[in-house]
Design a binder for this molecule. Structure first.
Ligand SMILES: [Zn+2]
Length: 149
């Protein structure tokens, strides 16, 4: 994955006053990799099951052993919606924007919520192949976004 500067195309993704993401022991590895433009997904080291968002134990075998597995960021859009009402003042300039659920290709069905860029409302996105990338969102945060592959 490579970092792309998509903020000029999607100016609303820069959220003024956004605080740095909380880096708890369970999530810090994700954010450290994101800072480097890499997407990692938590993986059980006992049975190999991927899971996201991170959780202390494997839902399949209940093991507490896990590591971070770097994935390509390729995937397909499973679902999406368009948001028209800003929930806070910080998002007034952002609406409308989409929220998509992407099924990552090189995991065992992990789905991750994000935004797909370079699309228009009314486009049929279900099943579209996309590629993830990280963009600077302010506050020291790198956000995972997707664009058409
Ligand atoms: Zn497991």
């Amino acid at each position: 994955m490579s970092e792309r500067n998509e903020l000029e195309k999607v100016p609303g993704l820069m959220v003024p006053g956004l605080l740095p993401a909380a880096r708890y022991p369970l999530t810090a590895g994700y954010w450290i990799a994101a800072d480097e433009g890499r997407l990692v997904i938590q993986r059980c080291t006992e049975c190999g099951t991927h899971r996201h968002p991170p959780a202390p134990a494997c839902y399949r075998c209940q093991s507490f052993q896990w590591d971070w597995h770097q994935v390509s960021g390729a995937g397909q859009i499973f679902s999406y919606t368009w948001v028209h009402a800003a929930l806070t003042q910080a998002f007034v300039a952002t609406v409308p924007y989409n929220v998509c659920v992407v099924e990552l290709a090189d995991t065992d069905g992990v789905r991750i919520a994000s935004t797909v860029t370079g699309v228009n409302e009314g486009d049929d996105l279900i099943g579209s192949r996309v590629q993830g990338y990280f963009a600077d969102a302010g506050g020291g945060n790198k956000l995972l976004l997707f664009a058409g592959a």
